[in-house]
Design a protein around this ligand. Sequence first.
Ligand code: NI
Length: 173
Amino acid sequence: MAIQTILRMGNPLLLQSSASVEYFNTKALEHLINDLWDTMRANNGAGLAAPQIGVLQQVVVFGMQSNSRYPDANPVPEQVLINPTITPIGDTTVEGWEGCLSIPKMRGLVRRYEAIRYTAFTPQGELFTCEAEGFHARVVQHECDHLWGKLYPMQMHDMSQFGFVNMLDAIES
Ligand code: NI
C-alpha cells in the first residue's frame, strides 16, 4: 500500500480510455485498489480513478462520510467499481460544483444526470447493480468519466463557471 502521485490535467494519460480488468481476485488488483484508497484519503478526495495514478484500467474508488472539500454534500457509501457502466434514470439533469484531484484548486459547474443506475464488478469478480441520485450520482459519473478519458471541464457548457476555489468563494460570500 502506498500513496501514489496524482497525474494532473495536461498529462496525456488522463485523456486515454482505460482497458477492462480481465483478472479478478488477484494480488495486483488488490494492490491497485489499496493504492487508490490510500492516495484518495491522503488528498482528502471524494473519489479517485486508476488513470489518475497512471494505471489505465477500469477501476475507481469513492465514498466519504463528510468532506471539507464538499461541505454541503450528503455522505456517499464507500465503494470500488470495476468495469462500470452507467445508465441514466430519466432525463433530468442538475448542475453542481465539481473539483478534481487532477485539477487542484479549481472548481467548475457541471451538468450531470440527477439519478443513475450503475453496474460494476467487485474485486472478486461479482457483478452488482446500484442506483444513486444527487451527489452520489455525480461522484460516480465524474469518476467513471476518468475511465473514458474525460475530465470535468470537458463536460462543462459554460466556462464562465470555472475558476479558482478562493476566487469562487469570494464571489459567493
Ligand atoms: Ni476527478
